[in-house]
Design a protein around this ligand. Structure first.
Ligand SMILES: [Fe+2]
Ligand SMILES: [Fe+2]
Length: 269
């Protein structure tokens, strides 16, 4: 793949000051307080890689939130519902910064090459504005965001150091609103969706779920030892995967099925 390095910068000056004013809690976190002495180098590299990967996933989610926001406006979704979603891209940018700074705390980000033209899947332009918006809401919010809440919450519980707790605590607060948003949208849009529309949304839920399962397989292939859930703020692999599977059932599949979105479970592994 021809790609570009995933690197970010801050402009600084007045622009950074305005940004800091929007989210003062970021600078208030206990940066620089991790004691890394006695931590094996290989674990630190692993932590740097994990937080760099998390920053990249938050970056992708930022693109997904911005795309969904545009489609919601084009679909003339209720103004208050869209207004609530306008803060999501900013939330995700803050999450990118938090994860990137965690990698820096452990010694620096690791090299990550990506293709900025293919960060998210755009819906078919021939579909109606409502179905295009609903497709993105289902893929990114009803699957992606709803699934991440219990996982990040459990990671937060397992982290004992103040810094990862502050970072993960902030992310959970924001994600709680993101995770419920998708189903609030579906409750509004449901009466306007035809059975064909719902079948289309079911196929896209399946796609998003099979992407998530591919990520889990990568996690299972590179398991974490049981003892390192503290400093790095990461869960042990068996716990993470068990929780992920039950969250997929309770937070994603059942709520989608309750709204008439047919999830087929074709990608069950
Ligand atoms: Fe996020
Ligand atoms: Fe989010």
């Amino acid at each position: 793949m021809k790609g570009e390095l995933f690197e970010l910068e801050l402009l600084g000056g007045n622009t950074e000051r305005r940004y800091r004013k929007l989210r003062p809690e970021v600078e208030a976190m206990p940066w620089g307080t991790l004691d890394l002495s006695g931590y094996p180098e290989a674990e630190l590299v692993r932590g740097r890689r994990a937080w760099t990967g998390a920053a990249y996933q938050e970056h992708r989610t930022g693109v997904a939130c911005a795309l969904t926001l545009r489609l919601l406006i084009e679909a003339r979704a209720p103004l208050d519902l869209v207004a609530v979603a306008t803060r999501f891209p900013l939330d995700e940018l803050v999450h990118v910064e938090l994860c990137a700074r965690m990698a820096m705390e452990l010694g620096g980000g690791t090299e990550l090459v990506h293709d900025p033209k293919h960060l998210v899947l755009e819906p078919d332009p021939d579909l109606s504005p409502l179905v295009r918006a609903a497709e993105c809401v289902v893929r990114y919010f009803c699957v992606g965001e709803a699934l991440s809440i219990p996982l990040i919450r459990a990671t937060w519980h397992s982290a004992r150091h103040a810094l990862p707790r502050a970072v993960l605590g902030r992310i959970i607060k924001d994600e709680a609103a993101h995770g419920t948003f998708g189903f609030t949208f579906l409750d509004w849009a449901g009466p306007s969706l035809t059975p064909e529309d719902k079948a289309h949304l079911g196929r896209h839920a399946d796609l998003a779920i099979s992407d998530v399962r591919a990520l889990w397989r990568a996690v299972a292939d590179d398991p974490r030892a049981p003892s390192d859930g503290d400093l790095l703020g990461w869960l042990r692999t068996d716990h993470y995967l068990a929780l992920a599977r039950s969250a997929l059932e309770s937070q994603v599949m059942r709520p989608l099925e309750a709204r008439g979105i047919p999830v087929t479970r074709f990608a069950e592994a």
